[in-house]
Design a protein around this ligand. Structure first.
Ligand code: GRG
Length: 295
C-alpha cells in the first residue's frame, strides 16, 4: 500500500472512532458537543493519527487501543486549531475550507469546545479500554501533557506571539519555537506506539528523533504553503510579503534555503528509522509526503 492510500485508510478508521467517542448527548450541553464534532470531525489530513497507528504497528499493538490514542491526539489537535483561529490569536474565518468554529457557532462556544476537546483527549487516554496496564495509560497522559503544555505546543504559541514584537529573531530561536509549537505533538504521536507497546529506550528515542526532525520539516512546509498556497482553503493571505517579519524559517532563510532545509530534515528524520529496517517504510514515506503536500 502506498502512503496516500494508507493515510486515507487511517483517516477513515480514526474518524469512525472519533465519531463513536463523541456521541451527541440530550440536553442543552449538546451545543458544545455539536461544536466539538464540527471541528474534530470536519476533515483534515489526520497526520497525527496516522503516525500513532504506524508507530503502534511497529510493536504489534492492538488496533483498537491504537485508534483510541489516535483519536485522543486528533481531539487535542482540533482544540489547538479552534483556539488558534479565535480573534485573540490568528483571527481566521476559515479552517479546513469552511467557517472556523467561532464563525460557525460563536466565540464563547468555540472557547468551550476547544477546552472540552483538550480535556476529553486526556479522559480517553486514561480510560481502561485504552490499555489494560494503568502505568501505560499514565505514561501516555504524561507524554501528551508535556507535548501540549508550556514545554510544548502552548509554550511555542506563546513564543510565537512574543516574537511578533521582537525587532529580530534568529533561526535558532525560530527552530526552538517551532519544535515546541508543532513538532512536540508530532513527536508524541510517533512515540505513542512505543509507549503502548512497552518498547525499549532505543526504539522510543529513535521515534522521538524522527518526530522532531519530521515535525520541523512539516512546519517549514506549512509556512511555504502559507505563501504559495490557496488562500480560499487556508483562509490566510498569501505571498512572500506576508511572510516577512513572521517567526518562520521561510522568513529567516528565504524560500529556497528553507525548502532545502526541510528536505535535509526529511532525510535526517528517515535515518532514525533505520533502527526498524523495512517495517518503518511508510513512516519514512510520510516524512517525504509532509514536505511535498499541497494542503
Ligand atoms: C490555549 C488559548 C490557547 C490557545 C492555544 C496551542 C495553540 C493555541 C495553538 C497551537 C499552535 C498551532 C495551531 C500550530 C500550528 C500547527 C499546524 C501546522 C497545524 C496544522 O496542522 P495540519 O496541517 O492540519 O496537520 P489538518 O487540518 O490537516 O489536521
Amino acid at each position: 500500500m502506498d502512503v496516500k492510500a494508507a493515510m486515507a485508510e487511517a483517516a477513515e478508521a480514526v474518524a469512525e472512532t472519533m465519531d463513536r467517542l463523541l456521541a451527541l448527548p440530550d440536553g442543552p450541553e449538546a451545543r458544545v458537543v455539536e461544536a466539538m464534532r464540527y471541528s474534530a470531525l470536519g476533515g483534515g489530513k489526520r497526520l497525527r493519527a496516522f503516525l500513532v497507528l504506524q508507530s503502534a504497528a511497529l510493536f504489534s499493538v492492538s488496533r483498537s487501543c491504537a485508534l483510541r490514542v489516535a483519536a485522543a491526539v486528533e481531539f487535542l489537535h482540533a482544540y489547538s486549531l479552534i483556539h488558534d483561529d479565535l480573534p485573540a490569536m490568528d483571527d481566521s474565518d476559515l479552517r479546513r475550507g469552511r467557517p472556523s468554529c467561532h464563525k460557525a457557532f460563536d466565540e464563547a462556544t468555540a472557547v468551550l469546545a476547544g477546552d472540552a476537546l483538550l480535556t476529553y483527549a486526556f479522559e480517553v487516554l486514561a480510560q481502561e479500554e485504552t490499555h489494560s496496564d494503568p502505568r501505560v495509560r499514565a505514561e501516555l497522559v504524561l507524554a501528551l501533557a508535556r507535548a501540549s503544555g508550556t514545554q510544548g505546543m502552548v509554550g511555542g504559541q506563546m513564543l510565537d506571539l512574543l516574537a511578533e514584537d521582537m525587532d529580530s529573531i534568529d533561526a535558532s530561536l525560530i527552530t526552538r519555537l517551532q519544535r515546541m509549537k508543532t513538532a512536540e505533538l508530532l513527536c508524541f504521536s510517533c512515540e505513542a506506539g512505543a509507549i503502548l507497546g512497552k518498547a525499549g529506550k532505543a526504539a522510543r528515542h529513535a521515534l522521538h528523533s524522527y518526530g522532531q526532525e519530521m515535525g520541523l520539516a512539516f512546519q517549514i512546509a506549512d509556512d511555504l504553503l502559507d505563501i504559495e498556497g490557496d488562500s480560499s482553503v487556508t483562509g490566510k493571505p498569501t505571498g512572500l510579503d506576508d511572510a516577512a517579519g513572521k517567526a518562520t524559517l521561510v522568513a529567516a532563510l528565504g524560500v529556497e534555503n528553507a525548502r532545502a532545509h526541510a528536505l535535509m530534515l526529511v532525510d535526517q528524520s528517515a535515518r532514525h528509522l533505520d533502527f526498524f529496517d523495512d517495517k518503518a517504510k511508510l513512516l519514512k514515506q510520510v516524512a517525504r509526503f509532509v514536505v511535498e503536500r499541497q494542503a
